[in-house]
Design a protein. Structure first.
Length: 317
């Protein structure tokens, strides 16, 4: 039986997988393009490239890395959406002096609202498309900021845009056959987005008086990035602790959390955490470690009383 020439996309697969499935994948691409058009063929090639890269990087649904991406995606979406919503709201307000000058790039921020809404609706394909638009918006906004705000503005805005671009790549890297749209994942996204977004938006639009000099006060608003680094450890400390306690690597992860708490207050590392939030991160890490350790020990004691090993959670979507 004649087979289609192997597409260049199949060369990205690991050698063993390429020798076994290259002809089959190439034939499938040709069939899709013949039956549904060139655009469908392009989409199929993109899916093949993504699958091959996941296999190369061990981030497919059969590996711990891919499952970790799927488990962490709700938190990444919640944090990125909360920051983007805060920046979109503040962007519409008259400028005031504050601590820092965050970059306003609606093309990089607005798609995150769609990512959250689609994920909460269980439409993971639409959420991935919105994440792709967020990635494109962040990449396009980088030269735009350079052009509109100059070198100083680009330096100030670069980290935020690069961070949002990396978050979009994170969402796109989640294995498509392990979409984080189950009841638990959607509940996590909804609660985390509310816990992060509401205080961040409220804090970003609240005007207060700050001391600008001797007997001189000026109106100011909080920097959304300051609020982001302040609220993130507070919101995710307990969920992180419970996830660590359920992990099969709980003792090692508890040690990492407690060690991170110590590092967060050291003179050489603590000041590197932005906006002086090193103490908050250290306290949250220490609290998460203690909660995780206590929960793990309670589970271990209960399981030993039942006469079996400490259970590891089954993979859930």
């Amino acid at each position: 039986m004649s087979t289609s020439p192997q597409h260049w996309t199949t060369r990205l697969y690991p050698p063993a997988r390429r020798h076994e499935f290259a002809d089959e994948v190439s034939t499938a691409i040709d069939q899709v393009e013949a039956e549904r058009g060139r655009w469908a063929g392009t989409v199929e090639r993109a899916a093949v490239v993504g699958h091959a890269l996941r296999l190369r990087t061990c981030l497919d649904s059969a590996r711990p890395g891919g499952r970790l991406l799927a488990a962490a995606a709700p938190a990444v979406i919640a944090v990125s959406t909360a920051l983007s919503a805060s920046l979109l709201v503040v962007w519409q307000l008259p400028p005031l002096p504050w601590d820092g000058e965050p970059g306003y790039a609606p093309a990089a921020h607005a798609p995150w609202i769609a990512v959250l809404v689609c994920a909460l609706a269980g439409r993971w394909t639409a959420a991935r498309i919105s994440a792709g638009l967020a990635l494109l918006g962040a990449l396009v906004s980088l030269p735009l900021v350079q052009w509109t705000d100059g070198a100083d503005g680009f330096t100030q805005h670069r980290n935020a845009l690069v961070g949002l671009a990396l978050a979009a790549l994170f969402v796109l890297a989640v294995p498509p056959d392990l979409p984080p749209v189950g009841p638990r994942a959607r509940r996590t996204m909804a609660l985390s987005a509310l816990a992060m977004g509401v205080p961040m938006v409220a804090g970003s639009v609240t005007v207060f008086e700050t001391l600008a000099g001797p007997d001189e006060f000026v109106d100011a608003r909080a920097d959304p990035f300051h609020l982001l680094f302040f609220f993130t450890p507070l919101v995710f400390a307990i969920p992180l602790a419970l996830a660590v306690a359920r992990s099969r690597y709980a003792p090692a992860l508890v040690a990492l959390l407690l060690g991170a708490a110590v590092l967060g207050v050291t003179p050489t590392i603590g000041p590197l955490i932005p906006y002086g939030t090193g103490g908050v991160w250290a306290q949250a890490s220490f609290a998460a470690g203690l909660i995780a350790l206590t929960t793990y020990c309670v589970r271990a004691v209960r399981q030993r009383r039942r006469g079996g090993p400490v259970p590891t959670p089954a993979r859930t979507r």
